[in-house]
Write a protein that binds this ligand. Structure first.
Ligand code: NDP
Length: 290
């Protein structure tokens, strides 16, 4: 019987995801590196801010940190409760997920890779897509808790598989963003009104989540509101490209996409929304998409 739950990493995603857990557990512990955020979460949502070692003593432990390397170094500073299930919602590296799974198994802990999709708005509404890799029995035990912030929960295979699906998904999103920006550039050069063009595309076969929810709202508006940092998307594309390289398959387009996204240095990219990558295309062609 699952009684206690914790959430580690109250960032743009984790802040909202953790808030939904109070619907399914009477005891939700939260920990954040900047501990003030955990105390604020406690005040707003009725969770309980605790130290890291206390957070990992619950039946279910969620984490949502920028990278798998961050999660791995966190593990070195704590020993989770025997019999618990660690659900890592970080968009992580498949091989590190597998390694953590093996290490934690020796400590009597199940580790699931459980990256999410749906952006901060999906986290806030509790309508995320959650991809699951790892032990299926552990997943079935945890499913009712994950349901608190999910619309779709899909088991995709052994440990590491969900991280792989997430990396490919985000590389496709990057591809849609870049391809749409190229398409709109040529339409701009031809003198077409881009808002009308987007409206047509959104009612035609070329539409995507990017055309429906990102391009007009962040690029054409010139807002570039930051909800998902560009350096995190660069990281996801890098994970997908590493998988491609290891597979020895000939997949040229996604490699080209990585080259476009890596034009912005990582240190600058951490301050930008992912949609701001479009500016590099604009600068190259000396035009603005609005
Ligand atoms: P944020 O940068 O907003 O939040 C990161 C969180 O991790 C913060 O709570 C931060 O703590 C904490 N953190 C960072 N480094 C460490 C560390 N070394 N040790 C302990 N805690 C650390 O990231 P997001 O919430 O945007 O992203 C989290 C994950 O979710 C990423 O893997 C991302 O790719 C993925 N994701 C993001 C989406 C989005 O739209 N933003 C959508 C889907 C997935 P502190 O407050 O102290 O800095």
């Amino acid at each position: 019987m699952i009684q206690s739950v914790s959430f580690i990493g109250l960032g743009a995603m984790g802040w909202h995801m953790a808030s939904h857990l109070t619907k399914v557990s009477g005891q939700v512990h939260v920990w954040n590196r900047n501990f003030e955020k955990a105390k604020e979460h406690e005040q707003i949502f009725g969770t309980k801010a605790v130290c890291l070692q206390q957070a990992v003593q619950t039946d279910i432990i969620f984490s949502c940190l920028p990278t798998s390397q961050d999660v791995e170094s966190l593990f070195k500073n704590c020993s989770p409760k025997q019999g618990s299930i660690w659900i890592d919602c970080t968009s992580g590296v498949p091989d590190i997920g597998k390694r953590l799974n093996q290490q934690l198994k020796h400590q009597g802990v199940d580790y699931l890779d459980a990256p999410v999709s749906g952006q901060t708005v999906g986290a806030e509404r509790g309508t995320l897509t959650v991809m699951i890799g790892g032990d299926q029995a552990a997943f079935e035990k945890a499913r009712p808790i994950i349901q608190a912030f999910a619309d779709l929960i899909e088991y995709v295979g052994d440990s590491g598989s969900a991280f792989a699906v997430k990396a490919v998904n985000n590389t496709l999103m990057a591809t849609h963003l870049w391809a749409l920006a190229e398409g709109l550039s040529v339409l701009k050069a031809y003198g077409v009104n881009l808002h009308s063009a987007i409206n047509c595309i959104n009612h035609s076969s070329g539409k995507s989540n990017i055309s429906e929810n990102i391009m007009a709202q962040r690029v054409l508006s010139r807002n570039f509101d930051k909800t998902f940092a560009l350096n995190l998307l660069q990281k996801d594309i890098g994970i997908a490209i590493d998988l491609i390289t290891a597979s020895n398959l000939d997949l040229p387009t996604l490699n080209l996409i990585q080259q476009q996204f890596n034009q912005i240095h990582k240190t600058d990219a951490q301050h930008l929304d992912f949609s701001a990558v479009v500016k590099t295309l604009e600068q190259r062609n000396q035009l603005e998409l609005y």
